[in-house]
Design a protein around this ligand. Structure first.
Ligand code: ASP
Length: 439
């Protein structure tokens, strides 16, 4: 591991000239920040537009043969405004003109979407005096649009070996034939992680507009405490259950070499932020790390006497959901019954069909259905070795008058999942947070 820091800056961190100035100060305050990954300019205020959204809109209009000048003007103004504001010695107008011609000429959706990062990268490299490296020569995708992990790792190692300081736009790479491919939305986080892994960085910094993760959703709990340290696995559990900030897939590349990710706030660089660390290097605090949850799940309960003795029963149930393309979240079970929990959006009006198929394949005694469940995940690596955590969770809920419908504990003993009525969602999260707030 070398003393190199890869720093990714999100859209709001590079939304205008003033944000660029903050970013430069941050980068120059630590000479180990050597590889910088920018997103496209994001929103400057809540009613503003993200450049990526505008570029996709241009592509959409162009594919229908419609004029997209008005939308593209907004894109142009944003870039030329930043260039002028920073006095950059860069003819961004030429690049903008070229891209417009490409869009008119039928450029692909991925190409159009990626230009937000490309142009921002050009500006940032000129502003910092860092080399510009186009990720189309570093991040490689196969013909099916999947990342070629090993080849990419090799390319990064080779090409960055002798480059001391560089700006590498986020969000995209290319196929061997040069066609641009983007990650899913928010994918610059993934680029940062891939570069950090490729250069075996000591640290991957992810600069955004919040000071890291919070123990609970601030729309539900007033002033929740920040999470200082969290493991990769804990983060997966929390983000899966609805705590956003980082692209889900950005954990995997850095995980290979246990490189930590530090979520930092561009507007408050002095805040510690959240450190996401390797699962082994975490010291348990003997408490919980965070609480997250989602509403609107359906529980389908299938009862059949002696179902535990019937071979293949579970397989048949699961295959009904599989053939209907419905992902299963949890399967709590009893001796004579099992419940299948799926999200309402996945279920999407298919209940009658599912019921019919279950009846044919599984011949159950009864099938019942309830589409009003919320799930809450209480996550903490310390749980496995600490007595009394679940007692505290359930006592808090009881005292708040929340009726618990289901409990499952993840097999890694990292979380407890609790099913409650949708209406109790906020009360449940608040009561659990309060119980652990001062641990
Ligand atoms: N600009 C892209 C998006 O808006 C990627 C990113 O910001 O990470 O999704």
């Amino acid at each position: 591991m070398v003393d190199v820091v890869v720093a990714k800056f999100g859209g709001s961190s590079l939304a205008d000239k003033d944000q660029f100035i903050k970013v430069k100060d941050i980068i120059e305050s630590d000479k180990n920040r050597r590889y910088i990954i920018p997103s496209a300019p994001g929103k400057r205020h809540s009613r503003d537009h993200k450049i990526t959204d505008l570029l996709y809109m241009c592509h959409q209009l162009a594919t229908h043969g419609l004029n997209f000048d008005e939308v593209y003007n907004v894109v142009e103004e944003r870039y030329t405004g930043i260039c002028k504001g920073l006095n950059l010695n860069l003819n961004i107008e030429d690049n903008l003109r070229e891209i417009k011609e490409e869009i008119k000429g039928g450029a692909s959706r991925d190409y159009c979407g990626s230009r937000g990062e490309y142009l921002n990268g050009l500006m940032l490299s000129s502003y910092l005096g860092f080399e510009f490296i186009d990720p189309k020569n570093l991040i490689l995708f196969n013909d099916r649009g999947q990342l070629e992990e090993e080849k990419t790792e090799m390319l990064i190692g080779e090409k960055l070996k002798d480059v001391k300081y560089a700006v590498i736009p986020g969000f995209y790479g290319a196929k061997e034939n040069g066609d641009i491919v983007t990650f899913s939305r928010g994918g610059s986080d993934v680029t940062g992680s891939i570069i950090a892994n490729g250069v075996k960085a000591r640290l991957y910094e992810n600069w955004t507009d919040v000071s890291g993760f919070l123990m609970a959703d601030p729309r539900i709990v007033e002033n929740p405490k920040p999470i200082e340290v969290i493991t990769y696995k804990e983060l997966r559990e929390l983000s899966y259950m609805g705590a956003p900030v980082l692209h889900e897939e950005s954990i995997f590349p850095v995980k290979k070499h246990g490189i930590p990710i530090n979520i930092k706030n561009t507007n408050m660089p002095g805040d510690m932020g959240t450190m996401i660390v390797d699962d082994q290097s975490y010291v348990s605090t003997g408490s919980i790390t965070g609480i997250a949850g989602k509403k609107d799940f359906t529980v389908i309960t299938i009862e059949k006497t002696l179902r535990n003795e019937e071979k293949g029963f579970l397989r048949k149930v699961i295959s009904v959901f599989e053939t209907n393309n419905i992902d299963i979240e949890h399967i709590p079970s009893g001796i004579d019954s099992i419940s299948v929990i799926v999200s309402n959006t996945r279920m999407n009006g298919k209940f009658e069909k599912i019921k019919e198929e279950l009846r044919i394949y599984c011949n159950p005694d009864t099938i019942t259905y309830d589409a009003n469940m919320a799930l809450i995940a209480v996550v903490g690596r310390g749980m496995i070795r600490t007595q009394g955590i679940s007692a505290k969770v359930f006592t808090a809920m009881k005292e708040a008058g929340v009726n618990i419908r289901m409990i499952t504990q993840g097999s890694s003993e990292l979380n407890i999942i609790i099913g409650i009525e949708n209406e109790d969602f906020d009360t449940a999260i608040e009561s659990v947070y309060k119980a652990f707030e001062n641990d």
